[in-house]
Design a protein around this ligand. Structure first.
Ligand code: ASP
Length: 407
């Protein structure tokens, strides 16, 4: 435990120094970019074997198919309700603050957006199944891997002794990968320092960041305020209500994962640390964390869903397009779906935002206005995404014990 505290303090120092160096030295800090990349790649390297082994072991650990069904139901219910809550907070906040009202939309169609026009609900559904698992692994396309691992794990439990051998194999794989996570975490302070310093530096350093922030400052403020409200009030209340755990202690336990999320802007890359924090620091059962967290990292994105709703309405406000109740409901639904479809990688939310904008006929050019500051807001929403997953694991753990194991 002592060891862990040290690591946490070093990570905090890394974040702080990274911010200061990036702010002052600007573009020169891109020189440390490679250190951040090594840390990021070391995490990403573990993600695919971790997801596949976690889900297989997780689903086998849940026991028979009815238990899996019940736990899956609880998990989905948690994901859907907390995401819906966060979108409602985002909608309320953006309608109240009106950040787009006096902002003039001056932007061109961002590169790459025009080509991605086809993203829709059917595309998301289609992305659940991959014809080639190796290709999905290479491309870190995680949704089809989740589906595969869940079904594979489920089928293994029906094979008796033979199935057990394979499950034990993946159990050992999982334990080995988690030991590797321990090792990679020692790189975290330096890696996080480098990621933050080089990213802030690449964005032009403190002055440029400040200018960008001022330009659409009210928008950034709305997003951050809504995220904070969800992360510091709603989610802790959910945690306390269902598990009676102390949210502050839980927050401290999850903080290495939250800081990694902030510095990598990727829920998937953070997953190894999220699992480590849940199991080791917050004593969430292995069964629940291995089942909930890999799915949550890809599917449960409270911050992203909220962000997409705010962004869509911000664009509508900028162009002076009035949005009635029906349009807002459409945005609510599509933002939730878009967040499910968004991959746990940096700025994935911007791509699925296209679907939200198209659903109510908003111009895609609006995305151009959000680009300059998205690298920063992406970090904030990713942190909330990971926080939502971590709390989800604890809640499902508790409810599973109460209602599934307890009968
Ligand atoms: N970067 C986010 C994540 O990994 C997704 C997004 O909102 O762009 O959770």
């Amino acid at each position: 435990m002592k060891n862990k505290n040290w690591l946490l303090y070093f990570i905090l120092v890394g974040i702080f120094l990274g911010g200061i160096c990036g702010w002052w030295f600007g573009a020169r800090m891109t020189a440390v970019d490679w250190i951040g990349e090594i840390f990021l790649n070391a995490l990403k390297m573990l993600v695919i074997p971790l997801i596949v082994s976690s889900l297989i072991v997780g689903i086998a650990g849940l026991g028979d198919i009815t238990k899996v069904g019940k736990t899956g139901g609880i998990t989905l219910f948690y994901f859907m309700t907390t995401t819906a809550f966060s979108v409602v907070i985002g909608l309320a906040m953006v309608n109240f603050m009106q950040p787009g009202k006096s902002v003039e939309m001056v932007s061109e169609m961002p590169e790459g957006v025009a080509a991605k026009k086809a993203v829709g609900i059917t595309d998301i559904l289609q992305s659940f199944i991959s014809p080639n698992l190796i290709k999905s692994m290479v491309e870190m396309d995680i949704l089809p891997l989740i589906i595969f691992a869940l079904v594979f794990g489920g089928v293994l439990t029906t094979l008796g002794e033979k199935g057990k051998i394979v499950i034990n194999f993946f159990d050992a794989v999982n334990q080995a990968i988690m030991k590797m996570v321990h090792l990679v975490l020692y790189l975290a302070p330096l890696g996080i320092f480098a990621l933050i310093a080089s990213k802030l530096g690449a964005a032009g350093g403190g002055d440029a960041f400040w200018m960008e922030l001022l330009k659409i400052g009210k928008y950034a403020f709305t997003v951050i305020a809504a995220l904070l409200l969800h992360a510091l009030v709603v989610l802790p209340l959910v945690l306390w209500f269902f598990t009676r755990r102390n949210p502050i202690t839980f927050f401290k336990g999850a903080s290495a994962a939250l800081m990694t999320a902030f510095s990598t802007a990727s829920s998937s890359a953070t997953l190894p640390v999220t699992i480590e924090c849940a199991e080791e620091n917050n004593q969430v059962s292995r069964r629940a964390s291995l089942f909930v967290l890999p799915i949550g990292a890809t599917v449960n994105m409270d911050g992203t869903a909220m962000y997409e709703a705010i962004a869509a309405i911000f664009i509508a406000q900028m162009i002076g397009m009035p949005l009635g109740f029906t349009e807002q409901v459409i945005i609510f639904v599509t933002a939730t779906l878009a967040a499910i479809g968004a991959a746990g990688i940096p700025e994935a939310g911007l791509v699925t935002l296209i679907m939200v904008l198209q659903s109510v006929g908003l111009p895609l050019e609006g995305i151009g206005m959000l680009l300059s500051i998205d690298w920063f807001l992406d970090r904030c929403r990713t942190t909330v995404n990971v926080w939502g997953d971590s709390i989800g694991a604890a809640v499902v753990d508790q409810l599973e014990e109460q209602y599934v194991e307890g009968g």
